[in-house]
Write a protein that binds this ligand. Structure first.
Ligand SMILES: Cc1ncc(COP(=O)(O)O)c(C=O)c1O
Ligand SMILES: N[C@@H](CCCC[NH3+])C(=O)O
Length: 480
């Protein structure tokens, strides 16, 4: 299988590229930062003992300002980490926070037969994936490469779900061979799944992705379960799909129904409305003799991007709203969280390049940009921003747009933020950057994708992904 060779350089590659692949951190002992780090007054043990499901707020913020005015990640001063690594933007994760987020879902799901299918599109760092897999997660995939990466990270394929409105035949063949659940999205998708079953000689466990036409009340670009969406099957066509599955008893086994309403949803009633519709569909499907026993309610739980003390629904709130429906039908529940598992575990750490004003507006210009983190530019999304160290005495507090160096007026990380005027080189973080940030990063303006680090349970800091370099870019043009 191709996945096994993902990081084994082919002997036909140029030696420089072979070298760079050979020095991949995943094949070696992780790079360690040796500088001794200052400890926060709050001990790591105390931070770890804060159980998210027992607090009032949705998720514990693993990055917090201490009384000394410095920002800490699990007891480690972010400023110290900045001084120990290359001078470029980097992503910094809390590994314990990933654990806490998974535990919150596991506790919420107690008493149900369930699969937590982590949506790999949110963050595809291999070390993160391996950690999530060890914690018991399955995986949700939208491309052949995400499937290959999931296999490489050791996920049990029978706890993986292959989604998507444009799945390719060759990727479906791999999914069929591996025994992955496949969601049927359209007529042509069903044809391809049948073909994949024949090629692989394996019957495929399928779920119908039903578009329930429920408004998730989110930005239109991240709404996926309303009637204008490109995803899923409308209920008017349900019978056609049931007949098509019946016509292919050697290739397809219908095991359940799936929906995914959208992302950043902050009201659990929305999930409840969809689940009511979905169990009605399941009743109808069962009435036709199908033994469907999986309800997949997708992902989509939003998080507290504003850091303003809002009480948002927890995983427990989400699961409790569908629990009785699931139990009443004796169903297995699949959930597909991405953002709510990984977003709050990470921030993008940047340096201030300078401060300027154009007469009407003030700008903090940082080295990070829309290339490293595109959500504000793409969705006008709010991500909380703060400086990593106390401001110098007398620093004026002003309203700033926080912008990058990219040649686009859409290149902003935050607008109208009240911040103390920072000095050149000051550290500035963009919070909640674990989901859809690095995985959506680009190399626009040849800003190479940043390195990633995490703070481990024992307080050590390791690199978990190399930053891209200019040489990496040149490799694309070697030996053409
Ligand atoms: C089918 C599907 N499942 C799961 C997810 C993960 O969603 P979220 O990150 O909002 O939990 C997505 C992304 O929106 C998706 O499209
Ligand atoms: N990329 C989006 C989420 C899309 C989820 C995938 N359907 C975001 O950053 O919020």
């Amino acid at each position: 299988m191709a996945a096994a060779n993902l990081y084994s350089p082919s002997p036909s590659l140029p030696s420089t590229l072979r070298h760079s692949l050979n020095s991949n951190p995943f094949t070696r002992i992780p790079f360690r930062l040796h500088k001794p780090f200052s400890k926060t007054p709050l001990s790591l043990k105390a931070v770890l003992s804060q159980n998210p499901s027992k607090t009032q707020t949705q998720f514990h913020h693993c990055f917090s300002k201490s009384s000394d005015g410095f920002l800490y990640c699990e007891g480690i001063k972010v400023q110290d980490i900045m001084e120990s690594v290359d001078k470029r933007p980097f992503y910094l994760y809390s590994k314990p926070q990933i654990t806490r987020n998974v535990e919150a879902y596991k506790e919420a799901l107690e008493g149900l037969n369930s699969i937590i299918g982590y949506a790999i599109k949110a963050n595809n760092n291999l070390k993160v994936l391996e950690h999530l897999r060890k914690l018991g997660c399955g995986a949700v995939l939208v491309s052949g490469n995400e499937l290959r990466l999931a296999l490489h990270a050791g996920f049990d394929p029978t706890r993986c779900i292959f989604n998507g409105n444009g799945k390719l035949l060759e990727d479906l063949v791999l999914a069929a061979e591996q025994g992955v659940f496949v969601n049927v999205d359209s007529e042509f998708d069903l044809d391809n799944i049948v073909a994949a079953a024949r090629i692989s000689g394996k019957k495929v466990n399928v779920l119908l992705r039903i578009n329930p036409d429920v408004d998730p009340q989110v930005h239109p670009y991240v709404a996926t379960g309303n009637k204008n969406s490109k995803f899923g099957i409308r209920n008017e066509k349900l019978q056609w799909f049931l007949d098509a599955v019946k016509a292919h008893p050697d290739e397809l086994k219908l095991v359940g129904a799936h929906c995914h309403l959208g992302s950043t949803i902050t009201k659990v009633d929305i999930f409840r409305d969809a689940a009511v519709l979905m169990v009605n569909y399941i009743d109808q499907i069962r009435d036709q003799g199908f033994e469907v026993n999986y309800l997949n309610i997708g992902g989509g739980l939003g998080i507290d991007y504003y850091h303003a003390g809002a009480i948002l629904p927890t995983p427990r709130d989400l699961i409790n709203t569908v629990r009785e429906l699931v139990l009443s039908r004796d169903l297995n529940l699949i959930i597909e969280p991405g953002r709510s598992l990984i977003a709050n575990t990470c921030c993008l750490v940047n340096r201030v390049t300078g401060v300027k004003t154009n007469g009407t507006k003030n700008f903090i210009v940082i080295d990070g940009s829309m290339a490293e983190l595109i959500r504000p530019s793409l969705y006008d999304a709010y991500q909380h921003i703060e400086l990593v160290a106390p401001s110098s005495p007398g620093a004026e507090i002003s309203t700033f747009d926080v912008v990058g160096p990219v040649c686009e007026s859409a290149d902003f990380l935050g607008k109208q933020r009240e911040l103390p005027t920072p000095t050149k080189g000051a550290g500035l973080v963009v919070h909640d950057a674990g989901a859809y940030c690095m995985s959506m990063a680009s190399t626009y303006n040849l800003k190479m994708r940043p390195p990633e680090y995490w703070v481990d349970e024992d307080g050590s800091v390791s690199k978990i992904r190399h930053g891209e370099t200019f040489d990496d870019h040149l490799q694309f043009f070697k030996n053409l």
